[in-house]
Design a protein around this ligand. Structure first.
Ligand SMILES: NC(=O)c1ccc[n+]([C@@H]2O[C@H](COP(=O)([O-])OP(=O)(O)OC[C@H]3O[C@@H](n4cnc5c(N)ncnc54)[C@H](O)[C@@H]3O)[C@@H](O)[C@H]2O)c1
Length: 332
């Protein structure tokens, strides 16, 4: 079976390519490298010892995408490509709406034309906004607080409308919680340029002394130690969830949405302390004011994915902290 992976050079996409190849799938990657590097393809080959086809193209380019579909005879698509920085989306909303929506609509049109109607889509827990109850189940109310989140919610709505119009589609929408960690080889992982938005890349940059100290936003939340609690998931577990989702869309028609997290919440201080303990490094931090829009706690119920996809996260917070640091140390 041949799977097209859009955004396959990126953080989650590259780990998913490894799992696909290890599970015997043929993989075709389309990525415009707007947030990744081409050498990731060589690294995926090195990890798996398998061939992988790469096209450096923008998936908003309908003619090119059409050519790729004509040539490759794609059976199913995993759609990662898109911009993902919340703060940047607030500053540049049109850029986010243009890229995330245009790329998806173009992709769906080309898939329709080639009668390829199986897709797994990367959504995000951000579509839950400020959750009213925990753990968050897939039927919780949806509400977004920034343009990035709105693009995810809009794409979910587009996919729902598409399925209503044509029941031949098989669609899995995956709402990720907070992916961290890296492949154990240390060859692929996450290493954002500049000042990171998320906790783990920030901790890593402080541990490697690229940044002086970490700011912890608020220690007076109603949580175990006052700092914000999130559901972190190892990127390799997340990648494995995509294999289960591909199996599901290959088997059953319909549209369904699944949370992919661990179901456990960890506070910022728990993550910092675990990171220090596992990696035997210092991570200086200071407590600062709460950040606008942050919530106290957010973690998933992953029962639906367990029941319907036969998937659950296996790797723990120690492995997440170890592998995040290992990747950056190896790639300095
Ligand atoms: N990392 C997270 O914390 C997180 C959480 C929830 C959801 N997601 C979603 O998962 C997906 C993958 O996230 P990631 O962390 O791997 O991001 P990433 O930026 O590392 O990967 C995205 C890839 O898509 C490519 N891309 C972007 N626009 C493109 C276009 N028009 N044509 C072709 N390629 C394009 C980029 O070059 C990049 O390689 C994204 O859709 C993201 O919104 C990520």
């Amino acid at each position: 079976m041949k799977v097209l992976v859009t955004g396959g050079c990126g953080y989650i996409g590259s780990h998913t390519c490894v799992e696909l190849l290890d599970n015997g799938y043929d993989v075709v990657v389309v990525d415009n490298l707007s947030n990744s590097k081409e050498n990731v393809i060589e690294k995926i080959k090195k990890i798996t010892g398998k061939k992988i086809k790469f096209y450096k193209e923008d998936i908003c380019n309908k003619n090119k995408l059409d050519e790729i579909f004509s040539k490759e005879k794609i059976d199913a698509v995993i759609h990662f490509a898109g911009f993902k920085a919340v703060g940047e989306s607030v500053k540049k909303p049109l850029m986010y709406y243009r890229n995330n929506l245009d790329s998806t609509i173009t992709l769906l049109e080309v898939m329709n034309k080639h009668n390829c109607k199986k897709i797994v889509f990367s959504s995000s827990a951000t579509v839950y906004g400020s959750p009213k109850k925990l753990p968050i189940t897939e039927d919780s109310s949806l509400h977004t607080t920034n343009p990035y989140g709105t693009t995810k919610l809009m794409i979910e709505m587009i996919l729902n409308d598409l399925y209503i119009s044509d029941n031949d589609w098989s669609i899995a929408i995956l709402r990720y919680f907070n992916p961290i960690g890296a492949h154990k080889s240390g060859l692929i992982g996450e290493d954002p340029n500049g000042i990171p938005n998320n906790l783990m890349p920030y901790i890593v940059k402080v541990a490697t002394k690229e940044l002086k100290e970490l700011s912890v936003f608020g220690n007076d939340y109603d949580t175990i130690d006052g700092t914000g609690v999130r559901d972190y998931i190892h990127v390799v577990d997340l990648a494995k969830g995509h294999i289960k989702a591909i199996e599901k869309v290959s088997k059953d028609k319909g549209i369904d949405t699944y949370n992919l997290g661990t179901g456990n919440g960890y506070s910022v201080l728990q993550i910092i302390n675990t990171f220090k303990e596992v990696n035997k490094v210092d991570v200086p931090y200071k407590i600062v004011e709460r950040r606008d829009g942050d919530i106290a706690s957010c973690y998933a119920s992953c029962e639906k994915a367990k029941k319907l996809l036969n998937w659950e996260a296996k790797l723990d917070i120690y492995e997440m902290c170890r592998d995040s640091y290992n990747y950056v140390k190896k790639n300095k």
